[in-house]
Design a protein around this ligand. Structure first.
Ligand code: UFG
Length: 330
């Protein structure tokens, strides 16, 4: 039987496909390639170019393949864009998931692991953040992800679907082989933006605000390696396949780094001075997001391998040096 990965040509999806195939699983990938890349799909995965909003296309995949579980990454994921174009997020994330679940229910496929986010919490009252903490998203992206969690819960009651929601903190880094990595257009994430400086693609990095109530005034985030996130999906899938109940897990390292500390670490990794300039705060940025992943460690047996920021950034640097334009030409 096969595992169906929706959005398997995207950043976290492609890394999860690599880990699944390394673990000996049979993998089917569906991606509409709007933000994902065909080259990111592992050559051993069977690939269908399709949109999860296309019911007929999804039905065809479930009819052609013997699917035992679904891992669902196919969603829009930019916080800023979700504020300027919320309906895109309702359409792709909520309507897309509706169609997917309709097709799963119709074909009797009952296990799903899917990407949720730290953005479901909004501005945390305390850190580290626990799964039981209040969820009050401050952006439309987080709102649609939280609504996806609720949708799964209702579909579970009605149709016996079992789900695991994985709330990621700040995904970064690249596959240890350097074969796949992070490629977004436009790029908005801190680590790839910093590495564009030593790669000769920008002359400095902007620090979005240095007047936050943190140790050096810049925002604190919990940076987690993408391959560690990928491993957690396999563990969550196995948990469901063993009969585990619906659950929600935070995924982070439990350690916070300021923007300045991330830039300093990248200076050490690359040997480049990486000039930085303070600019105004970016709207909607919480001061601090740090995960408690104790539940994932305890229930899933998750053990992140890359808990050192320097190592995480080294893997990203290897990828960006060998692929300065991502999966594009040159
Ligand atoms: N930052 C800068 N300069 C930049 C880019 C980012 O100072 O050029 C700062 C941001 O202000 C933030 C930190 O670096 O404080 C990290 O920013 P990212 O854009 O890399 O990541 P976010 O924490 O904003 O977003 C991540 C995920 C989202 C998720 C969110 C939860 O990418 O999908 O965490 O709040 F929704």
């Amino acid at each position: 039987m096969a595992i169906l990965v929706l959005g398997g040509a995207g950043y976290i999806g492609s890394h999860t496909v690599y880990e699944l195939i390394d673990a000996g699983r049979d993998v089917v990938v569906v991606d509409n390639l709007l933000t994902g890349f065909r080259q990111a799909v592992h050559p051993k995965a069977r690939f269908y170019q399709a949109d999860i909003r296309d019911r007929a296309a999804m039905d065809k995949v479930f009819e052609a393949e013997d699917i035992e579980g679904v891992v669902h990454f196919a969603a829009s994921s930019q916080v800023g864009e979700s504020m300027s174009d919320p309906l895109k997020y309702y359409d792709n994330n909520l309507y897309g998931t509706t169609v997917l679940l309709q097709s799963m229910v119709a074909h009797g496929v009952k296990k799903i692991v899917f990407s949720s986010t730290a953005a479901t919490y909004g501005e945390p009252e305390t850190v580290p953040i626990l799964e039981s903490d209040k969820t009050q998203p401050t952006n439309c992206y987080g709102e649609t992800k939280l609504a996806m969690e609720h949708m799964m819960s209702w579909v579970s009651k009605a149709h016996g679907l079992k789900y695991v929601a994985l709330r990621y903190f700040n995904a970064c880094g690249a596959h240890i082989s350097g074969a796949i990595g992070e490629a977004h257009d436009p790029e908005t994430h801190l680590v790839p933006i910093i590495l564009q400086v030593p790669n000769g693609q920008r002359d400095h990095v902007s620090i979005f605000g240095d007047d936050y109530p943190t140790k050096d005034g810049t925002c604190v985030r919990d940076y987690i390696h993408v391959s560690d996130l990928a491993q957690a999906h396999i563990l969550a899938l196995d948990y469901l396949l063993r009969g585990g109940d619906n659950n929600v897990f935070n995924l982070g390292n439990g350690v916070g780094f300021t923007v300045k500390e991330v830039i300093d670490t990248a200076r050490t990794v690359t040997g480049h001075p990486i000039p930085a300039e303070v600019s105004p705060r970016r709207a909607g940025d919480p001061a601090q997001l740090i995960a408690s992943s104790a539940k994932a460690v305890e229930v899933l047996g998750w053990k992140p391998k890359y808990n050192d920021l320097g190592t995480i950034i080294s893997t990203a640097w290897k990828w960006h040096q060998s692929h300065p334009n991502g999966y594009g030409e040159g």
